[in-house]
Ligand binder design. Structure first.
Ligand SMILES: *Cc1c(COP(=O)(O)O)cnc(C)c1O
Length: 220
């Protein structure tokens, strides 16, 4: 199967309200170009350096999503061009993104990453931390970021019911947030959940954005 065929096959199964992020981390530029030529315009990377280098070499109408864990000292290397940052899980990081966005005269869309998996190692906020972040005076003063939704990663398991439970939990948290008044830096619309192994379940649970790598580009 070619990258193009994989992509078209997946695209055909996605409902219209679900956006596909093609996760191209570790893959060479010609692979991304092939996906681009097949119509894909949103690419996800998990390393800032790699994303910056690829963005230099590929067409300018690509929307680059940072899906990995972000170190605050590296935000400046993507602030000029990144389209959406999925893995924001601290106020400190959000403050740095805001600072670098301001320098670039931009507003950067961010998703807050929630901890939904059983594993201890995954990054993300719990509900209490989410509340504290949103309620903090510091957050309310950030004018160059926008919280445009939530992101989560389910436990790496074969147990589909476990995965479903975790995605439904994220959906519940999102639905409660979406009832709140929108502000200039808070307008939740996106639920980023679902990868190659579990995106069908994620869509059944209300995902609006799936991040798919190996099913498009092959194993890493
Ligand atoms: C690598 C990665 C993906 C894509 O994983 P696949 O299983 O290859 O589809 C999605 N989300 C995040 C955060 C990732 O790091």
């Amino acid at each position: 199967m070619s990258i193009k065929n994989n992509l078209l096959e997946i695209q055909a199964t996605l409902p219209e309200h679900v956006t596909l992020v093609a996760v191209s981390k570790t893959k060479p530029v010609p692979d991304l170009q092939e996906a681009y030529d097949a119509g894909q315009r949103i690419f996800g990377e998990n390393k800032i350096q790699e994303m910056a280098e690829k963005s230099e070499q590929l067409p300018k109408d690509i929307a680059w999503h940072m899906i990995g864990h972000v170190q605050t000292n590296k935000v400046k290397f993507m602030a000029g061009f990144v389209s959406l940052i999925h893995g924001v899980d601290s106020l400190k990081l959000l403050e740095e993104i805001n600072k670098q966005a301001l320098k670039n005269n931009r507003i950067i869309d961010c998703l807050l990453q929630m901890h939904i998996a059983e594993e201890e190692t995954k990054f993300g906020l719990n509900e209490e931390e989410l509340e504290a972040l949103l309620a903090s005076p510091s957050f309310q003063g950030l004018n160059n970021i926008r919280i445009s939704g939530l992101m989560g990663m389910a436990t790496f398991t074969e147990n589909k019911e476990q995965i479903r439970k975790e995605f439904l939990y994220l959906k519940t948290v999102f639905d409660a947030l979406a009832l709140r008044p929108k502000t200039n830096n808070f307008a939740p619309e996106i639920i980023s959940m679902g990868m190659s192994g579990d995106y069908q379940i994620a869509i059944e649970c209300g995902s609006t954005m799936v991040r798919i790598g190996s099913s498009i580009f092959g194993n890493r």
